[in-house]
Structure formats: C-alpha cells, structure tokens
Write a protein that binds this ligand. Structure first.
Ligand code: NAD
Length: 250
C-alpha cells in the first residue's frame, strides 16, 4: 500500500488516464473523490471502487463550481493529500482554422482548470504542511506538432505553471509535479482516430510515433502519477516526467 488512508481528488476521473488513476489509487489504499463533467460514468466508477470513494459533477472551467466542490470535499474530509489535475480537452486544428470558442474551451479546460483546482485545494494543503499535486500535461506541451496550437499552448503552459507553483510552494511541504504522456490508448485517442479517413492506418501511424513501437496504456501513466502522489517522490518539486515510450528522448 503506497497511499494508505490517503484522501485524493482526481479531475476527469471518469475515463481513460483519470479512471486508471482512480483504480490504481484505490488499490494502493486511498479514497478518491472523482470530479468529472460526466457524472454518470464517475458515479459508476465510484460504485465499482466502493469504500469512501465518491463522485461529484464538476466542469473545471467554472470558478464558482470549483469553489463549491472544494468546499464540499474539504468539509467532508477535512483535508486532501493528493490532487490530480487530469481533466483535459483536445483539438486538432491549424491555428487559422481554430475558432475563438475552441481556443477558449481548450485553454480553459487544460490550463485554467488546473489553476482553479490549485487555487481552491492547495491552501488547505499548505495550512497543514503536506500534500502532492500532479498535473497531467502532454508531449504536446514539450515539443511542437502540426494541428496543435491551442492544445500545445495549454499543455506547455501547464508545464511552466507547474514549475512556477513549485517555486511558490517550495518550503510549504506541498509538492507539485507534472507528467507528460505520449500516445496513450484512451477514449480521447479513439476520438482522434475516428476523425481520420482510415482509422487503422491512423492507429498504425500513432504506434510508429512512439519509439517503443506501441501506444501506452492508461495504467502505465497511472503508475507515473502514483509515483508523484506517494512519498517515493519526496524530493521531486516541479519535475516534468515524460511517459512517452522514448518520444522526447529522440
Ligand atoms: N490519450 C493520450 O494520448 C494523451 C496524451 C497526452 C496527454 N493526455 C492528457 O491526459 C488527460 C486525460 O486524457 P484521456 O486520454 O484519459 O482522455 P479522456 O477523454 O478519456 O478522459 C478525459 C476526462 O476528462 C473529463 N473532462 C473533459 N473536460 C472536462 C471539464 N471541463 N471538466 C471536468 N471534466 C472534464 C471527461 O469527461 C473525461 O472523463 C488529458 O489532460 C489529456 O490531455 C492524453
């Protein structure tokens, strides 16, 4: 058990990497609050996990909702040990095809959301002098890709946000770190390949992107998130961990 009795919050915990993280945390002894726009799936997963794990509906883009949810969680649990900012929204368009609404959706979900969650959860961690925040960025936050200006800007912003927060929190006892997954087999990836004229060809191309020759699994990313959630990473502050089958090693 690497998270015995830990109280954890996972945004976007109803699907993909978030759901794998919820399951892994529970198997390591934690109780998890699953925050997601998709309440039905979040509740289904909470019921599967049992114990003290529960689900609440949240759109991470909305400050009043984030504040309300943080108040509810903190009054129920007193404090939280781990916050995982995982909820994310993708866009595959060139800079000039991207509409203002699409830009705002991606930046608000992938960058403003993690900041809002930190704003309302981290002060209680600081007050008791411990806690761990893990931001889920992307390899798109580290290197340039075509069709990625909005998503890459948000994920790159999240990398630097992690580092800035790490310095602000350095002596507080609260750690904040970041994982950058490569191509991971999740519903988000399925949605992307669904847009392609030949889905199987697109998947083969994606496997080829990863030097290891296959896509990653949500469980493999959850393992990296667990490392930052647990005391095993006690010296990590503002670290950015690529979980990408060697992509950024090239
Ligand atoms: N799948 C990949 O290849 C990949 C690669 C790098 C990074 N990521 C990042 O990993 C994270 C998880 O992605 P995934 O592949 O598991 O995606 P997914 O689509 O399977 O899951 C995303 C979850 O976030 C929730 N969500 C979306 N917008 C929300 C909002 N505004 N408020 C609350 N919840 C919201 C969705 O309902 C869903 O449950 C994202 O931040 C994504 O950008 C994914």
């Amino acid at each position: 058990m690497r998270l015995p009795g830990f109280k954890c919050v996972v945004t976007g915990g109803a699907s993909g990497i978030g759901a794998a993280t919820v399951r892994r945390f529970v198997s390591e002894g934690a109780a998890v609050c699953i925050l997601d726009r998709d309440l039905a799936s979040a509740e289904q997963l909470a019921a599967e996990c049992g114990g003290e794990t529960f689900a609440l509906e949240l759109d991470v883009r909305l400050e009043p909702s984030v504040q309300q949810v943080a108040d509810a969680v903190l009054s129920r649990w007193g404090s939280v040990d781990v916050l995982v900012n995982n909820a994310g929204s993708e866009l595959n368009k060139t800079y000039d095809q991207t509409t203002l609404d699409e830009w705002d959706r991606v930046l608000d979900t992938d960058l403003k959301g993690p900041w809002l969650l930190c704003k309302y959860f981290v002060p209680s961690m600081v007050a008791r002098g411990s806690g761990s925040v893990i931001n889920v960025s992307s390899l798109n936050g580290l290197v340039g890709f075509p069709l990625s200006t909005a998503y890459g800007s948000a994920k790159g912003g999240l990398v630097v946000f992690t580092k800035d927060m790490a310095i602000e929190l350095a002596t507080s006892g609260v750690r904040i770190n970041c994982v950058c997954p490569g191509v991971i087999q999740t519903p988000m990836m399925e949605r992307w390949t669904d847009l392609m004229p030949d889905k199987e060809e697109a998947k083969a191309m994606l496997r080829g992107v990863m030097p290891i020759g296959r896509m990653g699994t949500a469980e493999e990313v959850a393992g990296a998130i667990l490392f930052f959630a647990s005391e095993d990473s006690s010296l990590c502050q503002g670290a950015v961990l690529s979980v990408d089958g060697g992509f950024t090693a090239q």
